[in-house]
Design a protein around this ligand. Structure first.
Ligand SMILES: [Zn+2]
Length: 425
C-alpha cells in the first residue's frame, strides 16, 4: 500500500449526514503505518456524538477505497473498507501474496494444461509397448487346449484382447503350478502383453488430478475437453491375442483350434505332457484343500519336501474326494489334540506341532495300505470349489463321459483321455 494510493467515497445523500466527519475519520498522518490525525474519541468530542451514534455515522457515511497488488505481481485488487478495524486487519493479517489473481492464475494454469496435453498426445503412440512376435511356432496338443480355453474366455467385443481380470482368473484357476505351459504360449508369440510406459501412466495420473480438482474453473473450454479425454482414457494393460494370418478373426481361429484338438494324433511327448499336467493339477488341488482345511481347523503345516512326498503318495493312490477325506479327518483330529496341548510349548513340542498333521496323514495312509482299503467316506469338495474350465472342456469334448475328475486318480484320467484319441506312436 503506497502513500495516498486511496480515495474516500462519501455517501452524502445520507439522512443526518455530518459533513467533514468522514474526512476526519479517514485523515491519515501516515497511511502505510495506519497513523490517523484524530483518534475516535477526539472525533466524537469534536462533533459532540455518543459512541453509538458516532460508529453508526461512520458505518453509513461511505468507504475507503484503495488498490492492492495481487499475488501475480501485476494486477491490483480494488479493496473497499468501511472502518479502521477492517483496514487494520487487512494490513496486519493479510500479506500481499494472499490476494489471489484469478485472471493471471487461469492464464498460467491453462497454458501449463495445454503443454501437458500436448506432451501426452505426442508420447501416446510412441509409448505403447508391444512385445509382438511372430507366431509361426507350432503348439503342443496341451498348449492348444490351454490356448483354446483362454481365447474363448475373452470378454472383448472382437475377442482380440483379454482383460486383465480374465487373464488373472485364468492363471489362478488353470495355471497354478503349470506356468511353463502359459510361458510357452507366450514365447511362441500367440499372446503378448500390451502395456503403456510408466511415464505416460504418471502423466495421466497428474492430468486426472488437475481435471478433477480445478480444471473446469481455470481452463478454457477446449483445454478442459482435452483434459477430460485424457483423464478418461483406458490405459490398463491388456493381453492381446496374436491371431495367425490364416484366420480373419478370433472365432475362426478358435474353431480351427477346436478341430485340431478333436482330431489330434498324439505324440509320445503329448502323452507325457498330459500325464504331467494331470499330476501337477491334482497336486495343486490337494495343496488348496490342505490350506482350506488347515485354516478351518486352525492347524499349522510346514510345506517341505516331506509333506510333498506324502501328498504325491496320496494322489497316486486316491481320488480327490478321498484325498480331501484323509486331510480333513486328520486335520480335525490334529486340531483337537493341539487344543488340548495348549499354547505353552517347548521347542521340541513346537516342531512336533508343526509337523503333526503330516505325520498323522502318513501313518493313516500306511494303515489304509496295510488293510488295502480306501477312506470309507469320500468327502465332497467345499461348496465354493471352482472346477477348472479345461477339466470341463476335456471331459465334455474329448473324454465325453461328462464326469468331474474328482472321483478319479490322475492315472485313471490319463488313461481315459488317451483312450479317446489316436496315438501316433
Ligand atoms: Zn494478475
Amino acid at each position: 500500500m503506497s502513500e495516498k494510493n486511496y480515495k474516500i467515497v462519501v455517501n452524502s445523500e445520507l439522512e443526518n449526514f455530518i459533513p467533514n466527519l468522514f474526512n476526519d475519520y479517514w485523515d491519515f498522518l501516515d497511511f502505510s503505518n495506519l497513523k490517523y490525525r484524530y483518534t475516535s474519541s477526539a472525533i466524537q468530542e469534536k462533533y459532540g456524538l455518543t459512541a453509538s451514534v458516532y460508529y453508526k455515522a461512520v458505518r453509513s457515511s461511505g468507504y475507503l477505497e484503495f488498490k492492492e497488488l495481487m499475488d501475480c505481481g501485476k494486477c491490483y485488487a480494488n479493496i473497499k473498507v468501511y472502518n479502521r478495524n477492517e483496514v487494520f486487519h487487512l494490513i496486519k493479517k493479510r500479506s500481499h501474496s494472499e490476494l489471489f489473481c484469478k485472471t493471471c492464475y487461469s492464464i498460467k494454469f491453462n497454458d501449463s494444461c495445454k503443454m501437458l496435453v500436448n506432451k501426452f498426445s505426442e508420447s501416446l503412440p510412441l509409448e505403447l509397448i508391444v512385445e509382438n512376435k511372430s507366431n509361426e511356432y507350432s503348439l503342443s496338443y496341451l498348449e492348444k487346449i490351454f490356448l483354446y480355453n483362454l481365447i474363448t474366455q475373452s470378454d472383448s467385443p472382437e475377442g482380440e484382447y483379454i482383460e486383465e481380470h480374465v487373464w488373472e482368473n485364468f492363471l489362478a484357476l488353470e495355471a497354478i503350478g503349470l506356468e511353463d505351459i502359459v510361458k510357452s504360449i507366450f514365447d511362441k508369440g500367440y499372446v503378448y502383453n500390451k502395456k503403456y510406459d510408466d511415464c505416460l501412466l504418471e502423466q495421466q495420473v497428474y492430468i486426472k488430478k488437475l481435471y478433477y480438482r480445478n480444471a473446469e474453473e481455470y481452463s478454457d473450454e477446449d483445454t478442459f475437453k482435452n483434459l477430460k479425454l485424457i483423464a478418461n482414457l483406458d490405459l490398463s494393460s491388456y493381453f492381446c491375442l496374436n491371431i495367425p494370418e490364416l484366420y480373419s478373426n478370433v472365432s475362426s481361429w478358435a474353431h480351427a483350434l477346436y478341430t485340431e484338438i478333436a482330431n489330434a494324433k498324439l505324440t509320445i511327448f503329448d502323452c507325457k505332457e498330459i500325464e504331467a499336467y494331470l499330476k501337477t493339477k491334482r497336486l495343486m488341488e490337494v495343496y488348496e484343500l490342505l490350506d482350506y482345511t488347515c485354516s478351518y481347523w486352525n492347524v499349522p503345516i510346514v510345506k517341505d519336501n516331506a509333506l510333498e512326498f506324502e501328498l504325491l503318495r496320496m494322489i497316486i493312490n486316491y481320488d480327490l474326494n478321498c484325498c480331501f477325506a484323509i486331510i480333513y479327518y486328520q486335520a480335525k483330529e490334529t486340531g483337537a489334540f493341539l487344543n488340548k496341548m495348549g499354547s505353552e510349548v517347548t521347542n521340541q513340542q513346537r516342531f512336533t506341532k508343526n509337523h503333526l498333521l503330516r505325520m498323522r496323514v502318513s501313518s493313516y495312509m500306511d494303515y489304509l495300505e496295510r488293510k488295502n482299503e480306501k477312506p470309507k467316506h469320500p468327502r465332497p469338495l467345499p461348496l465354493d470349489w471352482v472346477t477348472s474350465e479345461i477339466e470341463l472342456f476335456v471331459s465334455m469334448n474329448i473324454i465325453k463321459g461328462y464326469q468331474k475328475w474328482e472321483k478319479y486318480t490322475p492315472e485313471e484320467i490319463t488313461s481315459e483321455w488317451l483312450a479317446a484319441l489316436d496315438i501316433d506312436a
